[in-house]
Design a protein around this ligand. Structure first.
Ligand code: UVW
Length: 318
């Protein structure tokens, strides 16, 4: 009886959610309007440049209890994956028994797109608009067989930022936003008010949709689409000069995109136009349960020379 009531309430709440504005028309700004980036024509680190000693100290001030939240999903062959991405891990019992101590060694070989699997950090070589990557670097000119000769993920380094989570599913009173829900600027502003948080230059914003609850539970549904931000919210976030935006879905942005003439526009807008990184497939459930809205966030992309991104296991510390 109670379950029915809860389910009915959730349906009712979703029915009365104001219909989000359809994603506004958007066209990428031409190269002369977006290059050089705010960090100069030779820059290869984008918003990672916002990690100043002051920004790091600001992040440390978020640590008040020493409690750590693991935001990375476990990598395993059964996880949902985009496109033709694959994952497998093969064990090798490699040595021994050796010596009086009977030493034995174990190793593994992992076959995967290490840059774009599981909980992942999208770097600056991941997306192009027309011929150009971030900072108008020519995609074709730097795409070598062994990796990108510019803008590789190894240039980013370890990231330590203040993080803010905007729990939009909780704001709307639902466990999971519907796949067709485009998160609006008003949603983000309301969540900030509800959570009494603000953010600015160099901070990271994590947007919780609840969609991550389908990860591993119903992979087909998880990959069939997703609620997320659109260009309007992305523009609003970028104006605040953030370093990263992440979510508990697989592309951060709403998919399929409501404007059928655009493909992954938030990817292009954030990475190519603004040098702002994306974090996908985050686990935000524990922080949502504990109502943790600001924290220190640590993300260390693997130093894959010439890579487009990195699987990561971020932690939030409060
Ligand atoms: C998608 O799979 C659409 O996003 P990404 O390539 O960033 O993982």
């Amino acid at each position: 009886m109670r379950v029915d009531t809860v389910a009915f309430s959730a349906v009712l709440i979703l029915a009365i959610l104001p219909q989000p504005a359809r994603a506004q028309g958007w066209n990428p700004p031409p190269p002369e309007k977006r290059c050089p980036s705010q960090w100069g024509a030779d820059d290869e680190r984008g918003a990672a440049n916002l990690q100043t000693p002051q920004a790091v100290l600001k992040a440390t001030r978020m640590i008040r209890e020493g409690k750590v939240y693991e935001l990375g999903k476990v990598l395993d062959a059964s996880i949902p994956r985009s496109g033709a991405r694959s994952y497998s891990l093969n064990l090798a019992r490699t040595s021994g028994p050796n010596g009086r101590n009977q030493q034995r060694g174990n190793e593994e070989t992992v076959f995967t797109e290490l840059g774009q699997i599981g909980t992942q950090f999208d770097g600056l070589a991941h997306q192009a608009l027309g011929p150009h990557l971030y900072n108008c670097v020519e995609n074709d000119a730097v795409a070598a067989r062994t990796g990108f000769t510019r803008l590789g993920v190894e240039k980013i380094g370890g990231l330590f930022t203040r993080g803010v989570m905007l729990d939009i599913a909780a704001l709307k009173g639902v466990d999971v936003l519907p796949a067709t829900y485009e998160i609006t600027v008003a949603d983000l502003e309301e969540a900030m008010k509800r959570e009494r948080v603000d953010f600015g230059a160099g901070d990271t914003v994590l947007v919780r949709t609840g969609w991550g609850r389908h990860f591993g539970a119903d992979n087909k549904l998880f990959m069939s689409g997703e609620p997320g931000i659109g260009i309007a919210a992305a523009e609003w976030l970028a104006k605040r000069n953030i370093m990263m935006v992440g979510s508990d879905n697989w592309a951060v942005e709403i998919r399929p995109y409501p404007d059928k003439g655009l493909f992954l526009p938030v990817h292009g807008f954030m990475l190519v136009v603004n040098g702002i990184f994306l974090l996908e497939n985050l686990d935000l459930e524990a922080m949502s349960r504990d109502k943790v809205y600001e924290f220190a966030l640590i993300v260390q992309p693997l130093k894959l020379k010439g890579g487009t991104g990195s699987t990561v296991a971020p932690i939030a510390v409060r």
